[in-house]
Design a protein around this ligand. Structure first.
Ligand SMILES: Cc1cc2nc3c(=O)[nH]c(=O)nc-3n(C[C@H](O)[C@H](O)[C@H](O)COP(=O)(O)OP(=O)(O)OC[C@H]3O[C@@H](n4cnc5c(N)ncnc54)[C@H](O)[C@@H]3O)c2cc1C
Length: 463
């Protein structure tokens, strides 16, 4: 593929204007990273404001065979938004308008650059609720969340981004604008292209508009902290809550390394001598919430929790969840590099999976803190290391291989929510058959015959 010529730069500049075309070395370096550990320098970064601009950019990219990598906030954990083979980055953060909140039909239409938590705050004013809630919600964009099918803390009760998507406006790599889905809650017209794009990690099309369904805001919420002397008891509690048919809104697990890092960072009064804490939300109408909170508290105690604290106010709730959201940041301060794993197991295997991670950590002499969207069986082992130490990184890689192998051996998956990117591309053949991979490559070719969109991503990554 050619480098960006002066002629092509000129064409891009005439579409977005010089202000929204960045080419200085310091700007390019800013967009050379996401939340993974690699660096790839783009040749230019463009900030479109309309689908029409995206369309014109793609026409130029097609004519000159320029690689294009879409990007939201760059909080992805697998280098998905990096220009792995050079070319330009299309950054959607300036397409950040909430276009419609329709209370009568309970849907909203947003541009891809809208930040998730800001959208949620606007909805709250109208007593509406958009549940997907990744830990990165204060920075991550709705577009990034759609393309990663982001999950988060409320997945156990409310599911993931895909469960709220009604339709999309997309720009194909050829520059053609296309709509998928509709404004209705039900729609079975043809193949479900909306869901095909969702989770496609920016490899099939550029999303320029998103229609999501909304729920009424739950009237009330309680947050519980269940404190355990044994991490096994915490893991078993989660599996048994799910088995008993109790449906909390969130069910998060933190091990002692996370508890200590959070205490050092946020001073919340978490117990430093505990092996694990479960953070549990129940929500709904007031009466149900009170009953459920009592039920969950009793349940946790009967499963070995030494103490269960129920937050007394909305402010306490917020503080606890802010702390949970800060967990990555708090732990990442401990070593120069933090690699976030995302292997997921059926929830009845949760305790065994946590013990396996601890055993893998000790055997490979790799420091691993365990965080989990536990109700979904979604482990987030945080591997603390130093990427400048080649020997240590070999041990990290071996530990990751073993975690993945374990998850797959019990019917789990490589990734519950962070996606594949290039971080996990080498593992794909362990989970997907040759036929499944071929089918995916055929889909990619149908959308992007020239292979200009997000090249070097999971299907074509070579180390
Ligand atoms: C501290 C932390 C906590 C996190 N917690 C969670 C969590 O709880 N749950 C979870 O699921 N994830 C989590 N993540 C991962 C990440 O934040 C999510 O995947 C998020 O949805 C990415 O959004 P983004 O705007 O940053 O997208 P980016 O990282 O910029 O992009 C993600 C992918 O989408 C593509 N893309 C972006 N916008 C478009 C568009 N408009 N059109 C086409 N392609 C596009 C990019 O090419 C890339 O492949 C976390 C990350 C961090 C750093």
């Amino acid at each position: 593929m050619p480098m960006l010529s002066q002629e092509v730069r000129q064409k891009f500049s005439s579409i977005v204007g010089p202000e929204r075309l960045k080419t200085s070395p310091e700007d390019l370096l800013t967009y050379a990273y996401d939340a993974y550990v690699l660096e790839y320098l783009p040749e230019a970064v463009l900030f479109p404001k309309t689908a029409a601009e995206v369309r014109q950019i793609m026409k130029v990219a097609c004519a000159h065979k320029i690689f294009v990598t879409p990007r939201g906030a760059g909080s992805g954990l697998g280098a998905g938004s990096l220009a792995k083979r050079g070319g330009i980055i299309l950054c959607f953060t300036m397409m950040n308008q909430i276009l419609e909140i329709n209370t009568a039909n309970r849907y909203a239409v947003v541009e891809p650059g809208v930040v998730i938590s800001e959208f949620q705050k606007e909805l709250e004013k109208l007593n509406l609720f958009y549940p997907p809630d990744p830990g990165s919600a204060t920075v991550a964009t709705m577009g990034g969340a759609v393309l990663m099918n982001a999950g988060g803390m409320r997945g156990v009760k409310y599911g993931v981004t895909r469960d709220y998507l009604l339709g999309l406006e997309i720009v194909l790599p050829s520059g053609e604008i296309m709509n998928t889905g509709s404004l209705t809650a039900k729609d079975v017209t043809g193949y479900d292209l909306t869901r095909l794009i969702c989770g496609s990690e920016g490899t099939l099309a550029l999303v320029t508009k998103i229609i999501v369904r909304l729920l009424p805001k739950p009237k009330s919420k309680r947050t519980l902290q269940a404190i355990y002397d044994r991490i096994d008891d915490a893991g078993d509690t989660v599996a048994k809550i799910v088995e008993a048919g109790i449906v909390p809104a969130t069910l998060e697990l933190m091990d002692k390394m996370i508890i200590k890092a959070l205490e050092d960072f946020a001073h919340l009064g978490l117990p430093l001598d505990a092996e694990a804490v479960l953070l549990i939300d129940v929500d709904g109408d007031l009466e149900t919430v009170e009953k459920q909170a009592a039920l969950v508290a009793d349940f946790c105690k009967s499963q070995g929790a030494r103490d269960v604290r129920v937050s007394q106010s909305e402010k306490d709730n917020e503080q606890l969840w802010m702390a949970r959201r800060s967990a990555f940041g708090a732990v990442a301060r401990l070593r120069p590099t933090c690699v976030i794993e995302d292997a997921t197991v059926p929830v009845s295997f949760l305790t065994r999976a946590i013990k396996k991670v601890i055993e893998i950590s000790e055997r490979n002499r790799v420091q691993i803190a365990v965080l989990a969207h536990a109700g979904d069986g979604n482990l987030h082992p945080l591997i603390l290391c130093d990427q400048r130490d080649a020997q240590e990184m070999q041990r990290v890689e071996k530990a990751m291989d073993e975690i993945v192998d374990y998850a797959l051996s019990v019917g789990g998956t490589l990734s519950g929510e962070h996606g594949i990117g290039i971080a996990k591309a080498k593992y794909l053949p362990k989970q997907l058959s040759g036929a499944a991979l071929e089918m995916m490559r055929a889909i990619k070719k149908a959308f992007d015959p020239q292979g200009i969109l997000n090249p070097g991503s999971f299907l074509e990554y070579e180390k």
